[in-house]
Write a protein that binds this ligand. Structure first.
Ligand code: ZN
Length: 206
């Protein structure tokens, strides 16, 4: 029986599993094949429950496919006369690159200029997670967060900046351990008005 992790059932207990537990038999069998393929023996003690753990971990790391922004922001948008920039800085995120399925992770900074509507601040971090918990490229992730903010709030503008380190660069390939990648997506006044952009840069530096 495949057990799907949903927002209503956010339980990811990797360790408190009994030996008979099965999470997603097909996925687990794929992981077992992978272990054999790389020269391991899936039956040795340390690896016995690895397919189960990997299946659960992947379910969590890709839970963004089964969550929508609408689910998250429901009841968290408020009418408010505020027209000043709101910036949530240093939102930690963890994602998987779609080219290697290896992690990339870092910080997101999300700003918007309200037009009559504001959103609960913690929800902005949840929106980042919805898109981060999918197979991604950093540029698309950045754009999707900006577009979602535009859609749900209809603000004057949105600015998203993301800084990330990519395991596929750090562990393999060019092995540049200390490089980080910065991406940005500007919408509305953040795109058209240089003053709004420089106010964002100023607030981000603080
Ligand atoms: Zn990659």
């Amino acid at each position: 029986m495949t057990k799907r992790i949903t927002p209503a059932n956010p339980v990811y207990d990797d360790y408190d599993t009994d030996s008979e537990e099965s999470h997603d038999p097909q996925f687990e069998s794929l992981v077992r094949q992978m272990l054999e393929r790389i020269g391991e023996s899936p039956e040795r003690e340390g690896l016995k429950r690895t397919p189960l753990r990997v299946a659960k971990a992947m379910d969590f790391l890709t839970s963004g496919y089964r969550t929508t922004v609408e689910d998250i922001v429901r009841n968290a948008i408020f009418s408010e006369d505020c027209e000043e920039m709101v910036l949530v800085k240093d939102i930690e995120f963890y994602s998987l690159c779609e080219h290697h399925m290896l992690p990339f992770f870092g910080r997101a900074h999300v700003a918007y200029l309200p037009r009559g509507k504001v959103i609960g601040l913690s929800k902005i971090a949840r929106i980042v997670d919805v898109f981060a918990r999918r197979l991604q490229v950093q540029e698309r992730l950045t754009n999707q967060i900006a577009d979602a903010m535009m859609d749900i709030l209809g603000p004057h503008g949105v600015g998203v900046v993301m800084e990330a380190s990519h395991f596929c660069m750090m562990m393999r390939g060019v092995e540049k351990q200390s490089s980080s990648t910065v991406s940005s997506a500007m919408r509305g006044t953040f795109k058209t008005d240089a003053r709004t952009r420089s106010e964002l840069m100023e607030l981000m530096r603080r």
